[in-house]
Every structure is written in C-alpha cells, then in structure tokens.
Design a protein. Sequence first.
Length: 130
Amino acid sequence: MLTLILNVLWFILGGFAAGLAWLLGAAVLAITIVGLPWVPATARIGLFAFAPFGRHAVPRRAVSGRDDLGTGSMGAVLNVVWFVFAGWYIALAHVVIGIAQAITLIGIPFAVQHFKLAGLALAPVGKTIT
C-alpha cells in the first residue's frame, strides 16, 4: 500500500514529466535511425520513471540467463557511446534533482529514486526492470 501511495505522489509531483522526457528521448533516438540501438533501453527507463517505487533495475543476464544484445561486448560498446554523448549529463540532472530533494526529510524517498535513475542513465543497455 505504501508503494502505491509513493508511486502516485511520485507521478503527480514529477514522475510524469521524467517518464515523458525519457520517452521523448526514445522517440528522438528512433527518428534519427542511428539511435535505434538505444531506443529499447530509453523506453524501458521511461516506463520505469513513471512509477519506480517497488521496482529495480537489474542486468538482463541475471533475469534471462542468456547473453542477449546488450549484455555482452556489444552492450559495453553501446553503453560507452551512450555515456559519452548522453548518459553523463542525464545522470547529472537526476543527481542534482535528487540532492535538492534529499535536503528535506519528506523528499528523501524521492531522492533515492532519482539516484536509481541516475545510475540507469549512465549505462542503460543490458538492464531490465523487475
């Protein structure tokens, strides 16, 4: 019940905007065609950003047990390119928002979620949400 309440508050107080921004980024990547390898990861994070409480990002290999696209050396290359061109400043934005929310006691649970999103923003390929 607490997870539901926190997810509703998150969605109303900024989760909708965060999820929409990630999905917009996925759409832009899809339009460019060059960005197609990152579309599934950014869309997955966008859906996660709508309601992150009670959910976790884990390596895809831990869930499927297989070496799918994104979990091997190709995933590492995609994550390095992502980090250089987009990941570090998206993560920085989530960290800044998280620090601002952590200043208040009531904002600490929301800050933790922004820190989770920051970690995902650094290397999103090869992760899945459970």
